[in-house]
Ligand binder design. Sequence first.
Ligand SMILES: C[S@@+](CC[C@H](N)C(=O)[O-])C[C@H]1O[C@@H](n2cnc3c(N)ncnc32)[C@H](O)[C@@H]1O
Length: 391
Amino acid sequence: MAEPSPASPPRTNETDEATAQPAGSSTAAAILPASHWESVCYLTPHRGYRSSFCSPDWRLAKHGSAFCVQIALEPEGDDADSGYNDVLSSTASLASSILHYRTVHGRTYHASIGNADAWEPNDDMHAESMDIHHHMSTLMLGDKLFLAPIGPNPKRVLDIGTGTGIWAIDFADAYPGTEVIGTDLSPMQPAWVPPNVKWELDDANLDWTWGDNTMDFIHARMLVGNIVDWRKFYRDAFRCCKPGGWMESHEASLLWRSDVGIREDSAMGQWGHVFQEAGRKIGRTFRLVDDELQQKYMAEAGFVDIVVKDIKCPSGDWPKDEKQKELGLFARLALLSDLNGYILHIWGSVMGWTPEEIAVYAAHMRRELSDPKIQPWFLRRVVYGRKPETS
Ligand SMILES: C[S@@+](CC[C@H](N)C(=O)[O-])C[C@H]1O[C@@H](n2cnc3c(N)ncnc32)[C@H](O)[C@@H]1O
């Protein structure tokens, strides 16, 4: 694939990041009603979507009561295997209630506490998707973990929203002399890790608890839809970065693109609109890349020497180039390995779709993701910048 030259995403003049709309149209207006997907049926009659396309958790949902009202808090102490007991006492920003999960039709999510309201599940099925996503992300960077010129001897590195911790673990293996801190709302990281990695539970929406000028490198990847105030996020990162240290932010646009065109009324065409409208409703923008907020807010926070790298990431095996094909296969696999996990909360709890409507939409999405004619890709943006020595 040629050097990325992604089409310019729609711009907005809005300053409120959570309520920003694409230029010239409202995201709400662009969303087709859930009933649309019932009427557009590509499935062969003898298969029927109800049995062929539903995952086990969906079958569970069919027999449950109303969607997304069944909230069960697990008893405390479920973290016995997660290696978190030691750090709980030293983590100032969250109470022990952090270990409460909400369970929605067999999937677990982090409980909504304070400003924390993760939209992705934190269970094993989603962890597998995150790990495939990590592999895809390194392929995208040419087998690298990051792009910033951090030098050979960073002393302290922070990974915000570390997820399964796979990036932090890989970084710690590559830099055995570096102390690597992976932080997340959810204790979903493994206990057996390199000795130079530690996990901390923290809500990145609260004031960061790490000291001023303490980190050589701060990394944050795919937190879109989780952060209430991205200006504050980058300001906190700036404060915690050492003078001369680096911040690197990786995020993606939720708008699918294709050089042959994505139909607005297709499942892929609707995907980004639904996410963006949901982001408006929950007050956490999904338009970070589309509105070019990473570079804007990093510059406002004080970072200099900012580099913006746009990467065109294919999904599927349609690229002719072998490396791009491999990237595309992993990108599609990351999504298909837990499509339900990516959409259940947003489509159901936030947008109010029924499980049946979500299942039909998901079936369309799966079919389109496997259609070689569509040739979809999405835009990943990596932005890094340095804290000046004199700040
Ligand atoms: C898409 S995953 C990305 C995981 C990891 N950065 C990666 O790229 O592999 C988003 C992660 O952010 C975490 N998260 C969501 N809201 C958060 C918050 N307010 N503070 C800290 N972590 C948060 C979620 O628990 C989840 O693990």
